[in-house]
Design a protein around this ligand. Structure first.
Ligand code: BTN
Length: 326
């Protein structure tokens, strides 16, 4: 059941940019006009831009760009599980693990993460309000041999979503889980799973996606400022809700193709930025230089090491660093 605040946001979302009277809102929800006014104070304090037209009502400004359940739902083309939106969490992946009993496609979104997690034990910088950080719960019925595709299908989905919303950004995928624009990272994906050893099936999978939409206030920290970027410098209308929903729509649709032939791998390969590049392959302490020759139908990286040895890399414990073209 939606609470009163969610219902007010829903009414405003359906009337973006238009005047709507306090009386209509009050009647639709069954509360007093004074209560509406109080909720509007709360929404304003949460960052919504709502103006008052004397004698006419309220205007929920078209430009509002605040993440909300109702705002996300507006763009969704399928039935998700619950959608939770928080101002600040430790990590949306970790929080979703505590809700793993819920239905598939339950989603947790946050405006900020205190301990955003990246692959291989790294952290993911998740500052307040300039990015979106969200995790989705899925319960695959296919075997764990397809696990790589959970991440690679998501990477393709993020690129598709960016292409649908923005013109000409040309996002590319850096194997295996980074989305890059102009060779800088704008998004990372972390897939975590619990599976049953007995039957080689997943109990559940959590796919976490962090997207830098705007430049963080004060810029990116020194340690990532040369490698991180954002989708836009301009304030965009309702971009946060839109990007979360578009990624979910794309992912829901591609997810249904996992296990059906080479479709995901071919999309992934088309969006890869690493084929033909010189890279350093990093596995724990070991670093080896190689050239990327191809990506195969299991989304593995086919490389030739500088000493002539051939390699076929599954993501597991491996990451790569792409060298600048000479
Ligand atoms: C990486 O860059 O290695 C992966 C980054 C994944 C970040 C997302 S943000 C939402 C979700 N919650 C987390 O703690 N991490 C993922």
């Amino acid at each position: 059941m939606a609470n009163t605040k969610d219902k007010i946001i829903e009414i405003f979302e359906q009337n973006r940019g238009k005047v709507i009277s306090g009386e209509i809102i009050a009647n639709e929800i069954g509360i007093s006009r004074n209560a509406v006014w109080k909720y509007i104070q709360i929404l304003t304090s949460e960052g919504y831009d709502i103006s008052k037209e004397k004698g006419k009502g309220y205007i929920f400004k078209k430009e509002n760009d605040v993440l909300s359940k109702e705002g996300i739902k507006k763009y969704l083309n399928f039935e998700t599980g619950n959608i939770y939106v928080y101002d600040k969490v430790s990590s949306t992946n970790d929080l979703l693990k505590t809700k793993s009993e819920e239905n598939e496609w339950t989603v947790i979104c946050a405006c900020e993460q205190e301990k955003g997690k990246g692959r291989l034990g790294r952290s993911f910088y998740s500052p307040k309000d300039t990015g979106v950080y969200f995790s989705v719960l899925i319960k695959p019925t296919f075997s764990i041999e397809y696990s790589t595709f959970l991440t690679t299908a998501c990477a393709v989905s993020v690129c598709n979503a960016i292409n649908k919303i923005f013109n000409g950004l040309n996002p590319k995928i850096k194997w295996v889980n980074d989305i890059m624009i102009d060779e800088k990272k704008v998004c990372g994906i972390l897939t975590e799973a619990q599976y049953s050893v007995e039957n080689s099936m997943f109990d559940y999978v959590i796919v976490g996606i962090g997207i830098n939409i705007y430049t963080p206030n004060g810029g990116f920290p020194d340690d990532i400022k040369s490698i991180a970027s954002q989708l836009t410098q301009e304030k965009e209308e309702d971009i946060k809700n839109k990007i979360v929903a578009y990624v979910l729509n794309e992912y829901h649709s591609l997810y249904s193709q996992i296990g059906k032939g080479d479709y995901i791998a071919s999309l992934y390969k088309d969006m890869s930025m690493v084929i033909g590049k010189n890279v350093t392959v990093i596995r724990g302490e070991s670093k080896r230089n190689a050239k990327v020759l191809d990506i195969d139908n299991k989304c593995r990286l086919i490389v030739k090491y500088d000493d002539g040895e051939d390699g076929c890399l599954s993501s597991g414990e491996i990451s790569i660093k792409v060298k600048k073209d000479e």
